[in-house]
Design a protein around this ligand. Structure first.
Ligand SMILES: NC(=O)c1ccc[n+]([C@@H]2O[C@H](COP(=O)([O-])OP(=O)(O)OC[C@H]3O[C@@H](n4cnc5c(N)ncnc54)[C@H](OP(=O)(O)O)[C@@H]3O)[C@@H](O)[C@H]2O)c1
Length: 319
């Protein structure tokens, strides 16, 4: 099969298009003929910093396609089903093997590019808001508002009835995000985020903070949260460099939630929550913007586009 892989982590140019052996589905797995691949934040982070586990390993989280073979023991899908799937590896290829338990039936008539663009972002947003227990009338701050997870988080938070603050690097893009539920744009500049939040809230703080970026300086943003508030950490871009003050957390009675979708899938309700969010994207109840479509053979250019700051929308590749 065709795949876009890299030998050493680094800039988008490390990706090259090549032939690798076809995968074979094992127990509980399905083989899909890939129709669309979404470049996720995790793909960018992985390509920047994670060496492949073995030569020729195919990376990548999200893709959608048609089921062409069932591994032993799979009863939840049949050959010919259209699915949107997510796993730690294997998306950047024309064929993919994934656990059936990490595959979702694509709603009838849903565009397959949209099906892959939507799955992880909307599902993560729903899970993060569930863990953060955001309620009507509360205030939430979304770090990384323009991202693939950020955009559905704004929409779902706004539907809950919350006031939605969000950060981003482009003022123009944040203005556009008002169409997705953002009420208070916070442009990243020399004024610290916490200071900008406090001046918007007359000295107060938000009830819930959702970090979809994984900021190295998350500690500096914590004063934006009111005492006793909830913090959901899900982003991973700079998180390996982050240091949090436990004394600050206990003095301000903060509740910190770690949210990692892949691990959370074993928890009750998470698969169903993702299914619901995918359905909302299919009907347009949740808007999932797509930025550009590239052939998989141009994966390096696609990744370069995906990591441009200050823009909205998933970058999609087609095999
Ligand atoms: N825990 C989970 O279950 C889970 C699920 C999905 C994703 N993630 C993680 O969440 C993060 C975001 O994913 P995503 O798919 O939303 O990514 P994305 O679509 O690429 O968006 C990331 C946003 O973060 C902002 N950003 C700030 N610092 C950045 C940096 N150093 N590099 C790149 N972007 C930066 C950008 O804002 P501006 O453009 O405004 O500058 C961008 O809009 C990733 O680390 C990903 O691995 C975790």
């Amino acid at each position: 099969m065709h795949a876009a892989i890299y030998d050493q982590p680094g800039k988008p140019e490390v990706l090259y298009y090549t032939e690798v052996p076809d995968p074979v589905p094992g127990e509980g797995e399905i083989l899909i003929k890939v129709e669309a691949i979404s470049i996720e934040g995790g793909d960018i982070g992985g390509r920047r910093s994670s060496p492949p586990a073995f030569a020729g390993q195919v990376g990548g989280y999200a893709s959608s396609g048609e089921v062409i073979e069932l591994g032993p023991g799979v009863t939840s899908f049949k050959v010919g089903d259209k699915v949107s799937v997510f796993s730690w590896k294997g998306s950047h290829a024309s064929l993919r093997v994934v656990p059936a338990s990490q595959s979702w039936l694509v709603p009838e008539g849903m565009d397959m590019k949209l099906a892959t663009a939507a799955l992880i972002g909307t599902g993560t947003a729903a899970q993060a808001l569930f863990q953060g227990d955001l309620k009507a009338g509360e205030t939430v701050l979304v770090l990384g508002a323009a991202g693939g997870v950020g955009v559905p988080t704004l929409q779902l938070a706004s539907k809950i009835g919350a006031r939605v603050l969000g950060t981003g690097s482009s003022a123009a893009t944040l203005e556009e995000l008002r169409n997705y539920g953002l009420s208070d744009p916070i442009v990243l500049n020399d004024t610290p985020i916490a200071e900008q939040v406090k001046s918007l809230l007359n000295g107060g703080g938000v009830d819930v903070l959702i970090d979809t970026v994984g900021l190295a300086n998350l500690q500096e943003v914590l004063p934006a949260v009111k005492d006793g508030g909830r913090v959901v950490i899900l982003g991973a871009f700079e998180s390996s460099q982050a240091t949090l003050s436990t004394m600050y957390i206990l003095a301000h009675r903060l509740v910190i939630h770690g949210c990692l979708l892949g691990q959370a899938l074993v928890d009750d309700g998470v698969y169903e929550r993702m299914d619901t969010a995918l359905g909302q994207a299919a009907t347009g109840e949740l808007k999932v913007p797509i930025d550009k479509v590239f052939p998989l053979s141009e994966a390096a250019a696609a990744h370069a586009r995906a990591e441009e700051r200050g823009r909205i929308g998933r970058v999609i590749m087609v095999p």
